[in-house]
Design a protein around this ligand. Structure first.
Ligand code: ZN
Length: 99
């Protein structure tokens, strides 16, 4: 009887530094590559919705950029941004599914 061999070949990451440099636990665009093609964003408070092609976002921001940077820019565009007591709630509804 053969001893069973575990083949741990699930790693698709070719760039080590992207994975090792974990900032502070924030999600980075690199985390979404291969999981999402479209990144949807929506704000339940102002009813805005949008979707962005992930490859374009990665090209624009870089795979090590935090997703938060992008969301911040989206939120900056929100009509509610000026209300500190009731701020914009823009979010990415797909994130819980892929993380
Ligand atoms: Zn909003």
């Amino acid at each position: 009887m053969h001893s069973h061999v575990l083949s741990a070949t699930l790693t698709t990451n070719t760039s080590e530094s992207a994975d090792v440099l974990r900032h502070d636990g924030s999600i980075i665009f690199g985390d979404l590559i291969g999981k999402l093609d479209l990144l949807r964003v929506e704000c339940p408070k102002c009813g805005r919705r949008g979707q962005y092609k992930l490859p374009l976002l990665v090209a624009q921001y870089g795979r090590n950029e935090k997703l938060f940077t992008f969301i911040d820019e989206i939120a900056a565009d929100c009509p509610r941004k000026e209300r500190p007591s009731d701020p914009c709630a823009v979010q990415c509804p797909d994130l819980p599914k892929v993380l």
